[in-house]
Design a binder for this molecule. Structure first.
Ligand code: ADP
Length: 177
């Protein structure tokens, strides 16, 4: 097979990542503008294992990745043990707290639970390479970007489903691909 021809048939990260074209957008957390209540709503209304943290919804610049279970534990602890943490408290993952009026409630710093360098690939990365990275690095999930902007996520289960689909393909079509 010509290497070039083979490439044109390849499944790319963008074909496997979530959300799909028709899906609602990725559920993300902003780095310094959501309240405890906002994040609790996300935790209650979704079941994802984790959430990308972005600079802002408009920018979609990736800051890191936070696990659902770490968020639940940290917020529960803060509500119990940290003075002044209420539903309207701002959660921030940045080094310094965002500037807010003096009358605002105490803020909750959660930088310590943020994975600051989650694995990322671009949307054009062939799935063959993504599968290899998942295997070799033992990843649970990988984020997908385009021009530095967050676009989607691929979990280990998404990769396993993709592999299963390839295996179920009609042998003839594999032969001629
Ligand atoms: P798993 O793939 O093991 O079930 P999750 O529950 O985290 O893990 O993800 C379920 C599905 O939702 C996957 O297809 C994944 O790509 C997608 N997904 C994961 N995290 C998010 C998120 N924050 N926003 C939108 N979709 C997500």
């Amino acid at each position: 097979l010509e290497a070039k021809e083979e490439f044109s048939h390849k499944t790319l990260a963008m074909d496997v990542m979530r959300p799909r074209r028709s899906d609602p957008p990725l559920t993300v957390i902003t780095q310094d503008s959501m309240t405890v209540e906002d994040v609790e709503t996300i935790i209650n209304e979704t079941t994802y294992s984790g959430y990308p943290v972005v600079v802002s919804r408009e920018s979609q610049r990736l800051v890191g990745f936070v696990l659902r279970r770490d968020l639940i534990i940290s917020i529960e602890n803060a509500r119990k043990k940290q003075d002044g943490i209420v539903s309207t408290s701002i959660i921030y993952f940045t080094d310094h707290s965002p500037p807010l009026p003096p009358s605002s409630p105490s803020m909750l710093k959660l930088r310590s639970i943020l994975d600051l360098s989650p694995f990322t690939v671009t949307d054009q990365t062939p799935m063959e390479i993504v599968v290899d990275i998942f295997r070799k690095l033992g990843l649970r999930q990988c984020l997908v970007t385009h021009n530095g902007k967050l676009l989607g996520i691929i979990t280990k289960k998404d990769v396993l489903k993709h592999i299963a689909q390839l295996a179920n393909q009609d042998p003839d079509s594999i032969l001629f691909n």
